[in-house]
Design a protein around this ligand. Structure first.
Ligand SMILES: [Zn+2]
Length: 368
């Protein structure tokens, strides 16, 4: 085992090529993971095609580069300083990593680090290239290295394929924690039919929300969401009537929490509309990245004591909490269906997810 296959991007806008490269050696604090499955996400094609132009402040790894976010597999070797993991352990790799030395990193809050970087995806700052140099491997290779602090141990009932969904789920998980949602409170999920939205609905139910109001255009997806828990999930179709009027017809005081999962291409007006459904003292958490700006009128915002919160990804500790929720049955991932591709089919899979992707289907690469 000295060489491995890895699908690499050689040029921006290009297709992935399966290359033979050496298997990496883990550093003292790292684990070498034999990759079983890695997620395929609708945004990856945008990242590898348009990001340098759209978001020049979000650096990509130097090419040729291995991509592949949300990876799960088995520990193959551990560095000399690793004590919490051993070869054979089933793990999810949280791809988010910071510099490891700033105040936020020391506090375990890497998403706030100036150098925060997703291994196998893109970074958020000038320090990201250094992180890419230390961790240039990712899920579209047969092996990858990751710091032990980035690994989430998987219970046996949680499959590698299901774990590739952890990025979206964790994003919603961290947002719900920041929203301080209490059991018995209500949540509005804007864009509930998407990959982020479906996960947010499952987690809102798991957190004990009394009402999970799901807003989306796709009527079929809304029916599917309602079928998960017909008593607590309420559909609000986007289209003819405004979102906030529909919500206030159900809950005259408004919802306690609004999770905005709309992506960059969605109309901003929907976000503005949905924000008016939030009750006094309520929280709005932004996790979708709809292309703003969004107008906020300070006086009513102040008087109603509303909060607008941004949330990015999730900590490895939060990943462990989700794994524990799956193990205990609190979080039910059986509503998601798996669609697997071989590594050689990666380019095809990236085309398919753009054409056929929906919030319930979990596209991923399954290594042999
Ligand atoms: Zn840092």
């Amino acid at each position: 085992m000295s060489m491995m296959q890895a699908a690499r991007l050689h040029e921006i806008g290009g297709r992935f090529v399966v290359d033979q490269i050496p298997v990496p050696t883990p550093g003292p604090h790292d684990v070498l993971v034999k990759v079983a499955a890695s997620g395929i996400i609708p945004n990856l094609k945008n990242v590898t095609t348009h990001f340098p132009e759209w978001y020049p402040f979000l650096p990509l790894p130097q090419l040729p580069a291995i991509f592949g976010l949300d990876t799960a597999g088995t520990g193959a070797a551990v560095g000399c300083a690793v004590t919490a993991f051993a070869p054979g352990d089933r793990v999810y790799v949280n791809p988010g990593i910071g510099c490891g030395e700033c105040g936020h990193c020391r506090e375990g809050d890497a998403p706030r680090c100036q150098a925060y970087t997703f291994m196998g995806y893109f970074g958020f700052g000038a320090g990201s290239q250094q992180v890419f140099k230390r961790y240039p491997y990712a899920g579209y290779g047969e092996y990858m290295t990751a710091h032990g602090n980035n690994l989430v141990r998987l219970p046996d009932c949680l499959s590698f394929a299901q774990a590739t969904r952890f990025g979206y789920l964790g994003t919603a998980y961290a947002a719900i924690r920041k929203s301080a949602l209490r059991p018995s409170q209500s949540v509005l999920i804007l864009g509930a039919s998407g990959t982020l939205g479906v996960g947010a609905a499952l987690l809102a139910l798991a957190f004990g929300a009394s009402r999970v109001i799901v807003a989306a255009r796709d009527r079929q997806a809304l029916e599917r969401l309602q079928a998960i828990d017909p008593k607590r999930v309420i559909a609000v179709p986007i289209g003819e009537q405004s979102i906030h009027q529909q919500v206030r017809a159900l809950l005259p005081d408004g919802v306690d929490v609004m999770l905005d999962t709309l992506g960059a291409k969605a109309p901003t007006e929907l976000s503005v509309d949905a924000m008016q459904a939030v009750t006094r003292g309520g929280r709005i958490v932004q996790i979708g990245g709809v292309a703003g700006p969004i107008p906020i009128d300070p006086h009513p915002f102040m008087c109603a004591q509303l909060q607008y919160i941004g949330s990015l990804w999730f900590s490895t500790r939060e990943g462990e909490e989700m794994a524990s929720m799956v193990e205990s049955g609190i979080l039910d991932l059986s509503h998601l269906e798996a669609r697997a591709y071989a590594l050689e089919q990666l380019n095809e899979a990236l085309d398919d997810i753009q054409a056929q992707g929906n919030g319930f289907t979990n596209f991923h690469i399954l290594h042999r």
